[in-house]
Write a protein that binds this ligand. Sequence first.
Ligand code: C2O
Length: 352
Amino acid sequence: GPVQPPDVSMCILATDSQAGDEPVNCCPPNYSTTNIIDFQLPSSYEPLNQRKPANKLSPREIERYKAAIAKMKQLDPKDPWNFMQQATIHCTFCNGAFFQVNYPDKLLQVHGNWLFLPWHRYYLYFWERILGKIIDDPTLAIPYWNWDTADGMFIPNVYLDDKSSLYNDNRNHDHYKALMDFNYSNEPTPTPNPKPDEYDKVIKSNYDKVEKLFTKDQLAKASLFMGQPIVAGEENKTLTENAGAMEILHNLAHEWVGPVAKPNHDMGNFYTAARDTLFFAHHANVDRMWDIYSKKRGNKVEFNQPDFLEASFLFYDENRQLVRCKVSDSLSAEKLGYTYAPEVSPWEGISR
Ligand code: C2O
């Protein structure tokens, strides 16, 4: 059967595999197990909120976003809307803070399988709704990091201003003005930054990697892009073995943004990754890639089976209400009330 939402009263210590499996507490203090309701798609979703590239926001949009996040950071630390509480949600579903209901020895894991894209779509969706609520502006749309274009292969400037609520110092500072190379690795030693005369070559090779997500072969089978099935009672052996190509490529930016030294906090470690606001911009582009993918697949329902469509998660919504969200309601960005600003895809057809 489909993976079920956790029993949130049974939160346990999670583990940080990048720090020798050290236990970490990411249990939210305020979980109430009563009164969980089923998520409903918004009944009307016009006009759609438009997510734009972070390096193309207007000054007004930048100020609005910064103000919303500043307020989120100032909320009571135990408020489920608080920035750190929101970041902790990622830890719970990633570092093993919950066993699966009815399978007391199998941890819940939304990475490395077909739950990756739907879970993160919901995670960003509620984060966006909550930010909008905090500043009383339901039109707020989160920006995305357009690393699939040449201009976007740098950390967007708005994330580098250390006076701003978007700033996080726990990053690899060598990469602040560097072109991201999609072949980058911290191991065994960090790949050096490309020099300006190598930019064209690196950009081209990055485009190739993005384009490869959408080749005919890739498009033939949903699991190649989205990840392999997982059903209730199964546990991921590793986070990469059954991951889809989208998730594998996305891991790179985590590694590249986070510091080289273990445990690579923040972006380079799952349990802390969402403490960096750049996480949400990065994942918004991943979500946008999924949106592009769905359109290329004619918006067909992927894995048309209850094991996928009925799999469900729990999130706090913009009314501080715990809601049970099914994968089936996550398949269309538009039905959730947002869309991506039309952008050129310079990688499209690059190898032809
Ligand atoms: Cu939940 Cu970018 O990982």
